[in-house]
Write a protein that binds this ligand. Structure first.
Ligand code: ADP
Ligand code: MG
Length: 316
């Protein structure tokens, strides 16, 4: 494998800036801005592998699917994941193509529709907790439970929702393909949305499952598998804070794994479902032998890699 591999997990703000900018065209423009910063890193000699979130995009597909179910078949959750990997991957590929052309970089970008194996024994399957799709009334929820086997929960007076499991990523099925593309100097887009979750049967055959994998945890696993020199999480904040959103908020330049674990255990610093899984993903990468993890925003990717900003997490 080549040196200088950076895995960059790009967050929701690289695709959707705000509620007024959610169209496919708006997402393309937002993606293009992040691609400028990624291309900057590539022009410095980094071999970049990109992963991305897909929560709102899966939500849009599910909503279309629900609204048209009187006329067309519905789209299962694993297929929604694969659809978004293709569409978001396309926007990234085209923006990178244009960036490479404009900068005179002789490179290609390609998307790998990625399956990520999860374990049927993962405790998350006993406690599905990730809400998916639109709110329903109780009758519709009960009908879905009986006819489609959905897990449904009442959401604090706002109505009923489907919930699915969020199991840990165990194995990236397309790992060897991703590696051979990197060896050829290709910029790879992989594990979009955390990957399509799949279960292996007793013989080892794979089948998609209605679950979602955290994209930061799956990107961390990819970074470890590739022996990446840097694992970068790009999100909506330049740095991670202690006591985030409180009067005594304190931005962090550096954390050791031991400090990061202590603050996670303390609670109240990194919000569940947003910053906590990012910090955990960095800890996992470093504990599996990684050297540097960085959390920053798209605009600061290059400066953060140069050590000028971002929150850096290292073993010591
Ligand atoms: P992404 O789409 O990139 O995964 P998330 O919204 O899931 O983005 O997570 C990033 C968000 O986490 C930040 O925009 C910020 O509002 C929030 N956040 C929660 N805790 C912290 C913290 N301790 N420091 C910085 N940001 C935090
Ligand atoms: Mg997130």
């Amino acid at each position: 494998m080549p040196n200088n591999i950076a895995v960059i997990a790009i967050g929701g703000n690289s695709l959707i800036k705000d509620k007024q900018h959610q169209s496919v065209e708006d997402q393309y423009i937002a993606t293009g801005e992040t691609c400028q910063h990624i291309a900057g890193l590539i022009s410095q000699g980094w071999n970049v592998v990109i992963s991305h979130g897909n929560g709102p995009q899966v939500g849009f597909i599910l909503r279309r699917s629900e609204l048209s179910r009187h006329e067309l078949h519905e789209v299962p959750l694993d297929a929604c994941g694969a659809d978004t990997q293709g569409a978001i991957g396309y926007a990234l590929q085209q923006n990178l193509y244009n960036q490479f052309r404009q900068r005179g970089i002789n490179k290609n970008a390609v998307t790998v529709v990625t399956q990520v194996e999860v374990s049927a024994d993962d405790p998350a399957f006993q406690n599905p907790s990730k809400p998916i799709g639109s709110f329903m009334d109780e009758d519709a929820a009960m009908q879905r439970q009986e006819q489609d086997g959905w897990h449904v929960v009442e959401d604090a007076g706002r109505g009923w929702r489907r919930v699915v499991a969020s199991p840990k990523p165990v194995r990236i099925v397309e790992e060897s393909v991703i590696k051979s593309l990197i060896e050829q100097g290709i910029t790879v887009i992989a594990v979009g949305g955390g990957g399509v979750p799949v279960l292996a049967d007793a013989e080892g055959n794979l089948r998609g499952t209605a679950a979602v994998i955290d994209k930061d945890l799956a990107s961390s696993l990819l970074a470890s598998d590739l022996g990446a020199d840097a694992f970068i999480i790009s999100t909506a904040v330049e740095k991670v804070a202690l006591n985030y959103g409180k009067p005594n908020q304190q931005w962090l330049n550096h954390l050791t794994v031991a400090q990061a674990k202590a603050y996670l255990a303390e609670g109240g610093h990194f919000a569940k479902g947003s910053m906590a899984p990012k910090v955990q993903a960095c800890i996992d990468f470093l504990e599996r032998g990684g050297k540097r993890a960085i959390i920053t925003n798209p605009e600061n990717i290059e400066r953060a890699v140069a050590g000028e900003t971002g929150t850096h997490i290292t073993n010591e």
